[in-house]
Design a protein around this ligand. Sequence first.
Ligand code: ARG
Length: 457
Amino acid sequence: MWGGRFAAGPSAIMREINASIPFDKALWRQDIAASKAHVAMLGAQGIVTTADALAIRDGLDAVAAEYEASGVPEDWDLEDIHMTTESRLAELIGPAAGRLHTARSRNDQVATDFRLWVRDACDQALAGLHALQTALVARAGEHAASIMPGFTHLQTAQPVTLGHHLLAYYEMAARDVSRFADARARMNRCPLGAAALAGTGFAIDRHMTAQALGFAGPTANSLDSVSDRDFALDYLMAAAQCALHLSRLAEEFIIWASQPFGFVTLPDSLSTGSSIMPQKKNPDAAELVRGHSGRIIGALTSLMITMKGLPLAYSKDMQDDKPPVFEAAGLLTLCLAAMTGMVEGATFRTQRMRAAAELGYATATDLADWLVRQANIPFREAHHITGSAVKLAEGRGVALDALTLAELQAIDPRIDDRVFAALSVEASVASRASHGGTAPAQVQQRVAEARAALGLE
Ligand code: ARG
């Protein structure tokens, strides 16, 4: 493809280090689509004859049919998917194939193909997130009033509802959706026609190719067009943050599934056994989601480091942009599907959750709040009084509401028997009815809003 200037061919090492076909063959559909858009435009503009444009179009369809049927051949001498396709096109239709590369370069070609691929990856992530959100909202609605301990520092803090806990992950997923949608909108400009770096002297119509490929319009600067990989980084940043959320959710399930917690039984379909310990049921899928998130974050780091030292415009380092993105996209799809399946298939052990909420003096804040409201005691003093009550209960090894009225009044005489109504975990969660609070009524309201936002109504 570029032999004219060279006296000798590349060494075996050069061929191997140069070849991207082993991985960029994944771009073949995008490469064919972009070439078809390009040649239709060359024909419409009279840059190639209509007959040649049609022959090239039909030839590209024939190449695509071959790839579809038997895969993309991997010949290192042909370097990448662009040369592989053009060379096969030449075999099929003869010299007219050589006109396809008029007014373009592999630099704008790869930038276009890769944008199209990453745009699809955004759509795939958005679909996966929608499924996860749908599952979270369904289980949250089911468990709007199921009580569990809420934690800070992984220490029992206050009772919350399981529905509320699940909706926290719905919110994270909603922010992920907005990040992928934002990345998609920003990347939706077509670099085709930037050519090698400076644009082209041919009278091309960049608006036509942009429109044919579903872009909002052409990119504005040819140097930026061939050297920009922000679109891939935007995708990876959204993917890394989404993976981080999935990892946190996976970690919750791992903790909850452990015997001392026993809050959840994971679906058999997403668990494994042990070859030596017959009693074991391991949360491997959740652990792998936690593990894969590290690789997705690594992909982001990898591409940032590839790009950070590159002057304008294209440098061959940029060929290394694809493996991390392909890897991250594959892993993210898997992780989203695994966590969706886990949320859908988990059996929540609500009795154990409720019992755990009653341990650890989770309603101590409710006692302090009651003292503020009923006895008009300043919160700091109420906090101190409640601390004494917790100390007494702890010494006796009982829950707060198992203390007698006499014992409580010995701590502070302003306490009366109405206090017991405030000390149950049900009263505690029901009282937290501030906007976005854990009260079952609030959770039901958020579920209804989420269902509408997801288009489930
Ligand atoms: N295989 C190359 C890549 O992925 C295509 C662009 C090659 N451009 C060039 N000037 N050698 O980046």
